[in-house]
Design a binder for this molecule. Structure first.
Ligand code: C5P
Length: 304
């Protein structure tokens, strides 16, 4: 990770860090495990949409300030939990004020809360000068949520286990992605609970689909899928409508991200995506054009 620019304001050191959103190019659910989680094969991708965290070292408690009233600013906030766990691991009594400027829709399948938690770990490890090795940081990240470890590396990565074990793969470059959110949130836990028809169990030891998909992504058209779509789309037909709308507006592929409700559309050029963006906004949806952010760019630019 590049050396972040630590600013000294008066006596307080502070860091600004970008906290990117992700999409899932694929999400294969293999089976329910004994620990209650589902065994996954997914391909994560960071995109250019990001929250911004301004973190200042203090002598006091851990404080969260957020400009979005839907985000809890108490100890249930994942960034708060991340800071508390890191403080415990480091054995420090230092505090932090974490200001979150929110742009990523909340509970939207875009990993916003998980990304905020990973960004907090990366920033506070620098700010508090915590000597922690990478495996220990990954363990803390995994204890916060299944997709938090992914946000320590970003880019295009294969996620296995419950999604917490991540491996970088061939980086995908896609310029014209449209994120569309119909304006309601979906609970990840509910989506998994509703998942009645699981992917074929033989896929557990033989994961050709995800790897085929990984190879196929850079040579669009895509051959990807999201196993959570069926149950979530049944409960929320509006998401299926967003998918068809994007396809009718010229997207070569449209798919739900994570447990939804955000759908991403892959477009071929800026004219088509601009038209699609204004049409879905006119229909009352939140829409945002983004591009992929690969692991190299992620590492080089998250500290602002
Ligand atoms: O790991 P995270 O806290 O993000 O997961 C939220 C919920 O989603 C879990 O409590 C679990 O119910 C469900 N989940 C799952 N299998 C996964 C990831 C999440 O069942 N691989």
């Amino acid at each position: 990770m590049e050396t972040p620019h630590i600013q000294i304001q008066g006596y307080a050191a502070s860091i600004q860090i970008r906290s990117h959103a992700k999409i899932n190019w694929t999400l294969d659910v293999l089976f329910k495990r004994d620990d209650g989680y589902h065994e996954l094969r997914t391909i994560y991708q960071t995109v250019s949409l990001h929250d911004t965290l301004a973190i200042t070292e203090t002598d006091g408690p851990i404080e969260i300030i957020c400009d979005d009233p839907r985000v809890p600013c108490d100890e249930t906030n994942l960034a708060f939990k991340a800071a508390a766990l890191l403080r415990e691991a480091a054995g420090t009594s230092k505090g932090a004020r974490i200001e979150i400027e929110k742009r990523i829709p909340v509970a939207a399948g875009l990993g916003g809360g998980s990304s905020n938690a990973a960004a907090t770990l990366l920033a506070l490890a620098k700010l508090w000068q915590v000597e922690i090795d990478e495996p220990a940081l990954v363990r803390i990240a995994a204890s916060l949520g299944s997709d938090v470890p992914f946000f320590l590396m970003g880019g295009t990565a294969l996620g296995v286990g419950r999604g917490e074990e991540v491996h970088p793969i061939e980086q995908v470059d896609s310029e014209h992605l449209l994120l569309v959110n119909p304006g309601f949130s979906v609970s990840t836990r509910d989506a998994y609970e509703k998942l009645s028809r699981l992917t074929r169990s033989e896929a557990a030891n033989n994961i050709p689909f995800t790897f085929l998909a990984a190879k196929g992504i850079s040579g669009l058209p895509l051959v990807t899928r999201n196993d959570l779509e069926e149950v979530v789309l049944t409960a929320h037909p509006e998401i299926a409508e967003v998918k068809s709308r994007l396809l009718s507006l010229g997207a070569r592929h449209a798919q739900m991200s994570g447990s939804g409700a955000t759908v991403f559309g892959v477009f071929d050029n800026s004219q088509m995506i601009e038209r699609a963006e204004s049409e879905v906004r006119a229909a009352g949806c939140w829409a945002q054009r983004v591009r992929t952010v690969d692991a190299r760019e992620y590492k080089a630019t998250i500290f602002q």
